[in-house]
Write a protein that binds this ligand. Structure first.
Ligand code: ADP
Length: 395
């Protein structure tokens, strides 16, 4: 019986792949090819219980997809059970409000969105083309990071700049991480025994990229990322919100070009720029504990700015039933969760130290017990959401 979905997340130099049973979440295969095109490219994958790791010097994209196809085709029981291929696509512009079966028209529209995501959509398209060639008989499904946020009202997505820039060039706020926000909001409602369609939630996806979403009755009403994934919260290497006047200052007084500014704000800022040591939260937490002033400051700014976003969502939501932490940081960092909730006592949050310490495990994810508002930890699973969308679209 065909019941498995191949999920592909194709980045510019990496391909994350998984074969998932969308009904159970069971993984038959999962893996990652990294640093494609470089001398130290490698693959690591888990097939059943067996983990394999291999160097793949100078492998190209086509070769990488060929290798994934070979692994699938030589693994007993997978090929004949595949139902569809689900692709993570970063930008779906205004065209895509839900996931879509890929045909020529859909592919054309994904291409059309390249101007909005020049680093991501081209890799996603290459992945779709290669997967179509490798599995010509399987339906290919696109699941967009932006689609979930297409329910935002104009009030939330229009920038206060000349309206013609929206009308003529579609410059507006789109938001990202939609698949994760959608997955954890559903999972949180289930864990709480509530109907998602009668819930007011804030979800905080905190990984290398970070974003919040205000979700009312299952629909995204606002989110912190905008036209690009640079807007909003402090991230690993991204600044999040800064004064737009900073661009002119850097250009006129420090001779920065547009490219220099983009590199500064995307690659050298955030936790890396603040701490001066790393973009990864773990060493920053360790150094802060040892008393490093800049690492402490980085953590404080991260929590303060996150708390301000969460509090601001009372405007679109009107009330708050639950705050959900997810992503590598949200799921693992008790320091960040506690530091953020400390700013939010006015919203009724009191952290349960013990539950926060254990990341809310064994308690439906809830890390507040004395509190009038619930905060919880819910692990994200974007691959499963993509597999479920793909299965729903083809059956
Ligand atoms: P991506 O956005 O690339 O998917 P992840 O969701 O895996 O990233 O999140 C990566 C972040 O999670 C890193 O900053 C990492 O330091 C942080 N992280 C992972 N495990 C822990 C932990 N045990 N404690 C604190 N931070 C953690």
């Amino acid at each position: 019986m065909k019941h498995l979905v191949l999920v592909l997340n194709c980045g510019s130099s990496s391909i994350k792949f998984a074969v998932i049973n969308p009904s159970t979440g069971e993984l038959s295969l999962s893996g990652l090819i990294q640093r494609i095109g470089s001398a130290n490219a490698n693959i690591r994958y888990k097939l059943g219980d067996q983990v394999t790791e291999r160097e793949l010097p100078d492998i190209d994209y086509q070769g990488s997809m060929g290798l994934i196809t070979e692994i699938i085709n030589t693994s007993r029981g997978i090929t004949e059970s595949l139902l569809a291929v689900g692709h993570r696509v970063v930008h779906g512009g205004e065209q895509f409000t839900t996931s879509a079966v890929i045909g020529e028209q859909v592919l054309r529209e994904i291409r059309h969105c390249i101007t909005l995501a020049p680093l991501h959509n081209p890799a996603n398209i290459t992945g779709i083309e290669e997967a179509t060639a490798a599995f010509p008989n399987l339906p290919q499904i696109a699941v967009f990071d932006t689609a979930f946020h297409q329910t935002m009202p104009e009030t939330a997505y229009i920038y206060p700049i000349p309206y013609e820039l929206y009308q003529d060039h579609r410059i507006r706020r789109y938001g990202f991480h939609g698949t994760s926000h959608r997955f954890v909001s559903k999972a949180a409602a289930t864990l709480l025994g509530k109907d998602l369609h009668h819930c007011a939630m804030v979800t905080a996806h905190l990984g290398n990229g970070c974003s919040t979403a205000a979700i009312l009755n299952g629909k995204s009403m606002d989110t912190s990322m905008g036209l690009t994934p640079l807007e909003g919260l402090v991230m690993g290497t991204r600044s999040g919100d800064v004064d737009p006047g900073l661009y002119q200052y850097l250009a006129e007084h420090l001779d920065y070009t547009a490219t220099d500014i983009a590199t500064l704000l995307n690659k050298k800022s955030g936790m890396l720029g603040l701490s001066g040591i790393d973009s990864d939260l773990r060493p920053i937490e360790t150094q802060a504990e040892k008393g490093d002033r800049r690492c402490k400051l980085a953590l404080e700014i991260f929590c303060y700015r996150l708390a301000k976003y969460i509090a601001s969502y009372l405007a679109p939501l009107g009330r708050l039933d639950a705050l959900v932490f997810t992503g590598g940081i949200g799921e693992n960092s008790r320091v960040i969760r506690k530091g953020t909730l400390q700013w939010l006592s006015a919203l009724g949050f009191t952290v349960d130290q013990e539950r926060n310490q254990t990341n809310g495990k064994h308690s439906n994810g809830i890390i507040t017990t004395e509190s009038s508002t619930i905060a919880m930890v819910v692990p994200t699973n974007e691959e499963l959401m993509i597999a479920q969308d793909a299965a729903a679209l083809v059956t």
